[in-house]
Design a binder for this molecule. Sequence first.
Ligand code: V07
Length: 259
Amino acid sequence: MLNRIKLWKNQNTTSSTLRERIEEIKKLRVPEHVAIIMDGNGRWAKKRALPRIAGHHEGMKVVRKTTKLANELGIKTLTLYAFSTENWKRPKNEVDYLMKLPEEFLGSFLPELIEENVQVKMIGYKEQLPLHTMNAIGRAMEDTKNNDGLVLNFALNYGSRAEILDAVKKVIKDCNSGIMEEEHLNEETFASYLMTSDFKDPDLLIRTSGEIRLSNFMLWQMAYTEFWFTDVLWPDFNDGHLLEAIEAFQGRQRRFGGV
Ligand code: V07
């Protein structure tokens, strides 16, 4: 009988439920800004002999679940890389489908996001995006602008080198017109020229699907960001994986936070 009690206790302490892990995470420093490169949607579909767009659609559902948990954990900003400036090179049918996903996502989930006090934002070059896409996102941003819970920030048609170059050009313009003085240009004032001027730098970057690179994502902003990579494909990414990434982040904080 004693043995059985011991065994039961051991099992109970070695495998925590998601709920228990969430409560432990919330006792420590939760990253304020988490950025995710949601990679592996096409590969997920290929493994199942499905068209790539099926992977993108499955990935969209994971965006919803990830947002919910991030909000619950008290993460303040979740930036999701949904479409890069390089993604226009993909087949036209795939690009057309991707450009419909924001509408589909918001059509299904905007009421819930409003209910959960989430604020929708975006960074990226809006001008090249189809009008139907921008209208849907613009409406969602307007409808959620007074919410003060999680900021759900989509990077769409975003590229970091172009962003930095554009910032440099604006700085030069402002210097020539006298709005800006060279002596006042520093890391903080320069950052205010970037698309991310509303946000603090990411504390944690997650990239799925086994690629270990930044792919032109927030190069300036990630100077001090902790990176967490996983082989898990984005459509397979679940709550347990997000908790694992944050637990790893908190483990690094504990080791290096002392001095
Ligand atoms: C996209 C689903 C997630 C995996 C990565 C690629 C495919 C959600 C959005 C979205 C964007 C803006 C917005 C609301 C939702 C989205 C694109 C692709 C282009 F305001 N998922 N998702 N946009 N994928």
